[in-house]
Structures are given as structure tokens and as C-alpha cells.
Design a protein around this ligand. Structure first.
Ligand SMILES: [Zn+2]
Length: 436
């Protein structure tokens, strides 16, 4: 049996009386419902809850105190399915029911929907481009406009013009008129989009004199109720231009959030809120320069520490130039150094600088981080077997390639025992004594 639709004019917060006709376990859940919880469809004789459709989300509210999770039209379009948790449905039974509408959500969706008509109509009037589809999201709303494959159709100036024209229409408070007419009469309206086929009655929504659109959603009584419309931007989307917008109270929330952030930046940088963008840009440029300077200092310090390391452990000078054997500092010789107060990041820089100047294997450990990094640039060397086996023997974690290996231990003792094993290994086989 057809559910009577009483949702168009009903926006009151007070209870609405209806009859529960049936509680029907839902066999097929809506695709967007990702939960495992079974749902029950409550069938009413008449409803104040708008079912999802035409780009507008479903209403929320309650039936005899049971919260509504979703509202959908049945596949035939005759019935309206009010979806509730199966556990909650046990509290309901056929008979009289009190319906409560979440009026805040309804007003939000109604304002956004009417704003969408105004926006699409204004874009059409100012640019000649048609809206193809729309979506009212939980955060922002979008319309997709056919711009003939040109995503740059809407410049920033165009979007401001659209926004200003919409603001004028809101201030002028044009009535929004609903026409219910048979399909044969619909041609008398200059419709912005094609009406649905096979309907007995077509619902045409008019923003007085300026925009006519067939639509089944809920709408404000006049444009003034929209309050304000903000175009947030335009971008390329599937060969069209997607325009993002918000309206009504969402503009208030957005403005409040931006102001809170703007004030915080303004106080932090001691600049007026209107100049925070430029100030942040300048700060980022200054920071980038400082980072470049710091890196240059770190690299220079690493070179100095690498030279000190090589002379301390007797590995300075390319092994190919004089010490190509397996003796101290020569190719494949394993040299271990522990740093008691240097972090692994700095050790990595020292190791990278030092390996250019020796064919020995350098195993450098950070005591504070309980980590080590090993380097070997001798041709044909593969340090993995040595480090993998020793790592496993001391419950370390890590990995690497033929010429670089790193690892981490749970305790300083495990790291020390691991390093003692590496030191005892002494030599790794290499093909030649020269640095790659
Ligand atoms: Zn509409």
C-alpha cells in the first residue's frame, strides 16, 4: 500500500501522529550501510520523513522514541521504508505512533537544496552552463556543471560574480513556488533540466520568475531563508567542472572555524588577521632557508666527524690506494665504532661521508637509540650474511642491502653483545679493494 507523503510542508518539532502498519525485516540493506547489524523497515500509513532521493539525504528523527537510521523509497516507489535497528524494532508494534522529526537536519538540507537551485540557476544565467548533477554532503555540497570539457571555464572572478548575484537574490527574498502539474503542462515552464518520465504529477520548483526546475526535494519558502551562499571553489571532475558550495548555517560554522584559526595565526605571528596568509608564506620561506643552512652545517660537521673517525680507526684513504689487503682499514675489514651520545640520524650522515673514503666495512652504533648502521662501498662486497646472522643471534630487528645494513635492539646489552660479535668477525670477503 502507498505511504502518504506528508513531508513537504512538515517542519515542526512537535510530535506527528501516524499508524505503524508493518515491521518488515530488511533482506537487502542499502549499499552504503556497511554495518553488520540487521535492520527492520517500519512501514507507516503516512510519513513526515523525507526519503533519500534527488541528491538530498534522508531525514532523521524517531518513531515512538526509536531512532531512525535511514529512510528509503521501496523499489516500487510506493512505500517508504523507515530503517531502524532490529533490536530497537522489538520495542515497536503495529498501531498508533508518534513521529519526531530532526528539524535541524531537515532545515539544513532544505536550505542547501534551495541554495543549489539558486546556484545552478545563477551559473546558467551568467555563463550559459548547465548543471548535470548535485550532491548535498555532510560537510560540503557540490554541483557538476557541463563546461564542454574546459575545467577552467570558471575563473575566480566568475565565481565571485556568481556568489554576489546569489547574495542579491537572497536579499531580495524571492518567493519559491511549487507547481504540481500533469506532464503535458510541464512544457509551459522554461525548465532548467529534463523532467522525470512516467510520473503522473510533475513537481516544478520555481524561484519566482528566474529558475524553474523539476524536483522532488524539500525547499525553502523564499530565497531569504537560505541566509547566505558561499562558493568554496571549482575543480575539474570527470570532464566537467565541480563547484563546491555551502549555505545557511554551515557558512556560519565555516566562518567561525576560519576566524578561530585566523585569530590563532594572527596572535602567533603578530599580524592583522587579514595579512596572515602572506605572513605564513614569508615564515615558510624563512624556515626553508634555515633548513637548507642547517643541512649544510650538518653535512660539513659529518665530513669533519667522518675524517676524525677514519683517522681514529686507521681506515683513512681509499683502500685501493695502498691498503687493498684484508689488514687493518683495508677492503672488507670490519671496523666498529660506538657513539655514546650521538643519535642514529647523525651517525647515518657520518657513515655516508666516511664510506666514500674507505673500502672497509664501517659498523657505527648509537647507544642512546640502541641502533646501528653499517656501510661498505668496496666493490663486490656483501655485508648482509654477517649482519643478518649476528642480528638474529641477539634478537635485533633490521635489514639492508649488500653495502648498507641497519638494525635496532631492545637493550643496550644486546647491542653491545652484537657489536662484539661483529668486531670478532674481522673481515668480510670482497672482490677488489677499490671503492665503487
Ligand atoms: Zn530541489
Amino acid at each position: 500500500m502507498k505511504t502518504e507523503r506528508a513531508y513537504y510542508d512538515y517542519t515542526a518539532a512537535g510530535p506527528y501522529r501516524a499508524e505503524i502498519r508493518e515491521l518488515r525485516p530488511l533482506e537487502q540493506k542499502p549499499a552504503k550501510d556497511k554495518t553488520d547489524a540487521p535492520l527492520v523497515a517500519v512501514i507507516l500509513d503516512k510519513t513526515i520523513f523525507y526519503p533519500e532521493g534527488g541528491g538530498q539525504g534522508a531525514d532523521r528523527g524517531s518513531i515512538n522514541g526509536v531512532p531512525l537510521l535511514d529512510v528509503q523509497e521501496s523499489p516500487s516507489g510506493e512505500e517508504i521504508l523507515h530503517l531502524v535497528n532490529a533490536a530497537d524494532a522489538a520495542k515497536l508494534s503495529p498501531g498508533p505512533a508518534e513521529l519526531l522529526l530532526d528539524t535541524k537536519r531537515r532545515r539544513d538540507l532544505t536550505v542547501l537544496h534551495t541554495a543549489q537551485h539558486l546556484l545552478s540557476g545563477t551559473i546558467l544565467r551568467l555563463t550559459g552552463k548547465h548543471t548535470v548533477s548535485m550532491h548535498l554532503g555532510e560537510e560540503t555540497c557540490t554541483i557538476d556543471v557541463d563546461t564542454g570539457g574546459n575545467p577552467l571555464e570558471f575563473s575566480a572572478e566568475t565565481l565571485i560574480k556568481v556568489e554576489e548575484a546569489a547574495a542579491d537574490a537572497i536579499e531580495e527574498d524571492h518567493p519559491v513556488i511549487i507547481h504540481l502539474c500533469p506532464p503535458e503542462d510541464v512544457k509551459s515552464f522554461p525548465l532548467r533540466k529534463v523532467p522525470p518520465q512516467g510520473e503522473e504529477v510533475i513537481r516544478v520548483v520555481e524561484i519566482e520568475g528566474s529558475d524553474f526546475s523539476p524536483c522532488c526535494g524539500t525547499h525553502c519558502k523564499s530565497t531569504g531563508q537560505i541566509g547566505i551562499l558561499r562558493v568554496l571553489g571549482a575543480e575539474k571532475y570527470k570532464g566537467m567542472t565541480r563547484v563546491t558550495f555551502i549555505a545557511g548555517r554551515r557558512v556560519l560554522y565555516d566562518s567561525r572555524l576560519l576566524r578561530q584559526n585566523g585569530d590563532l595565526i594572527s596572535r602567533s605571528l603578530s599580524v592583522p588577521v587579514g595579512e596572515t596568509g602572506k605572513a605564513v608564506q614569508a615564515l615558510l620561506e624563512k624556515t626553508a632557508k634555515l633548513e637548507r643552512d642547517i643541512k649544510a652545517f650538518e653535512d660539513a660537521a659529518a665530513e669533519t666527524k667522518a675524517a676524525a673517525l677514519l683517522s681514529r680507526i686507521g681506515a683513512s684513504g681509499p683502500a685501493g690506494a695502498g691498503s687493498s689487503g684484508a689488514g687493518e682499514g683495508g677492503a672488507g675489514t670490519v671496523l666498529v665504532e660506538t657513539y655514546p651520545d650521538t643519535g642514529i640520524e647523525e651517525i647515518l650522515r657520518i657513515g655516508r661521508a666516511a664510506q666514500k673514503k674507505t673500502a672497509a666495512v664501517l659498523a657505527l652504533a648509537s647507544e642512546p637509540d640502541k641502533k646501528f648502521a653499517a656501510f661498505c662501498s668496496a666493490k663486490g662486497a656483501d655485508i648482509r650474511p654477517l649482519f643478518k646472522d649476528a642480528l638474529a643471534a641477539h634478537q635485533g630487528k633490521g635489514g639492508g642491502g649488500p653495502g648498507f645494513f641497519q638494525g635496532l635492539f631492545d637493550s643496550a646489552e644486546a647491542l653491545a653483545a652484537f657489536l662484539a660479535d661483529i668486531r670478532a668477525a674481522g673481515v668480510v670477503p670482497v672482490a677488489t679493494g677499490s671503492v665503487k
